[in-house]
Design a protein around this ligand. Structure first.
Ligand code: AMP
Ligand code: GLY
Length: 414
């Protein structure tokens, strides 16, 4: 397992539950270290990762975050004859460049927001006026979920575009998509596509979807309000056409195609693609997966997904609440001591996944990043799962930390 977040902890937790595996992670975190042997590796270096995988005789390498994929780590692993769950650099461009994703969607006839790339303030202003308010301005490159500004203020939209230009990047200006968002993870071997269960993420920092965009402050699954044919529609109109288009271009997408969708009044629209599992949606989706994850990921890595059996899902609902460090999504305050993990994990149906954590010199668990923990609650209904996740979060103490209080609230009320 490559990576160090709660998403990676969730994947390792899921694999550990199966039993019978020797698990390794690089770099991992103290939570992952309880389940897997930790190693150091430069995740931006394909050769370094391939060397480590060969040395450990890894049967499969699962790449958690997008950056190594975009840097070509999956290519290096495949070249070294190591099976890898994660797309090539050429295929990961679906996440790495918003403009490329738009081009692929146009070629494949996939519904998405109208958009215009802009490289100058004048072009950005023209596009903003064409689409009108609310304004959506996206950094064209990778920005960890924080490169997007959605605002009613033309001035704030222009300021964000200028900040991107100043940083040497270009932007994509988009039509505003109204309607609830859904994340659907699709496992693919470049041909066959197997959808996981839909989830919903909470991207804004504060309750009632206020405050800045973050990497994600919580999630839940299943979505009781979603249309029953949602997954079928996404497969037919989005995932399969995109996977086919990438194969046609000679850049088959092998790994996890994360479809970020808006269910608008005009129908389904793609908001974004990611080339890897989403964080924090993975924490709830994998908590409900009963089929062994290892077999699914290995089949995708080996181009053998056609033979995968249909997935089995728990009837339980899952809710995760992200505990963030003081000042996140700004520069987080790190070093604060975290307590109460054992008490949280003792709440029935609760497990705690670690993200930005580290051990200090006195072996105490301390905050080391923006999103620190993901508390996951499972229960027979969303309301029960939600109560459990919050009962767990309540047990945890980290000075200055914050979490949203409305994760899955509306869905649980039905
Ligand atoms: P992205 O990085 O493209 O996923 O954007 C991050 C978040 O910004 C999304 O999850 C949405 O909440 C919001 N967003 C992005 N594009 C749009 C859009 N066209 N209309 C409305 N909201 C958007
Ligand atoms: N939850 C959003 C993401 O992983 O990009």
């Amino acid at each position: 397992m490559l990576g160090s977040g709660a998403r990676e902890h969730a994947i390792v937790h899921c694999l550990a539950r199966e039993g019978g595996h020797q698990l390794y992670a690089a770099p991992g975190n103290p939570g992952i270290g309880g389940l897997a042997e930790l190693h150091q590796a430069d995740l931006t270096s394909g050769p370094a990762v391939a060397l480590l995988a060969r040395r450990l005789k890894a049967d499969l390498v699962v790449v958690g975050p997008e950056a190594p994929l975009i840097d070509g780590v999956a290519d290096a692993l495949r070249a070294a004859k190591v099976d890898c769950f994660g797309p090539s650099a050429a295929a990961a461009r679906l996440e790495g460049s918003k403009a490329f994703a738009k081009e692929v969607m146009a070629a494949a006839g996939v519904p998405t927001a109208g958009s215009a790339p802009a490289g100058t303030p004048d072009a950005a202003a023209e596009a903003l006026d064409r689409f009108g308010a609310p304004y959506v301005v996206k950094n064209d490159g990778l920005a960890a979920g924080k490169g997007v500004v959605v605002t009613d203020s033309r001035e704030a939209a222009l300021d964000h575009a200028q900040a991107c230009f100043d940083a040497g990047s270009t932007v994509v200006v988009e039509e505003y998509l109204d309607g609830p968002e859904v994340s659907l993870f699709c496992v693919t071997d470049g041909r066959a596509v197997v959808p996981l269960a839909p989830a919903q993420d909470f991207k804004r920092a504060l309750d009632d979807d206020q405050g800045p965009n973050t990497g994600g402050m919580g999630a839940y699954s299943p979505l009781p309000w979603a249309p029953p044919d949602l997954t079928g529609q996404v497969l037919a109109r989005v995932a399969r056409p995109v996977v086919a288009e990438m194969a046609r271009r000679g850049a088959p997408f092998q790994g996890l195609l994360y479809c970020g969708l808006a269910l608008t009044a005009k129908g389904l629209r793609v908001v974004e693609f990611n080339a890897r599992f989403g964080d924090p949606e993975t924490q709830v989706v994998l908590a409900r997966l009963e089929t062994p994850l290892s077999g699914l990921l290995l089949a995708a890595a080996q181009g053998d997904l056609e033979r995968a059996r249909p997935l089995v899902w728990s009837q339980d609902a899952a809710v995760t609440v992200v505990i963030a460090a003081e000042n996140y999504p700004g520069a987080p305050v790190t070093g604060g001591v975290i307590t109460g993990l054992d008490q949280a994990a003792a709440v029935p149906g609760v497990h705690v996944l670690q993200a930005g954590t580290a051990l200090d010199d006195a072996d105490r668990l301390v905050a080391a990043g923006g999103r620190v923990l993901s508390v996951v609650g499972l229960g027979p209904t969303l309301a029960v799962a939600r109560d459990r996740a919050y009962a767990g979060a309540w047990e945890i103490h980290l000075d200055g930390s914050h979490y949203r209080s409305d994760i899955a609230l509306r869905a649980a009320l039905g």
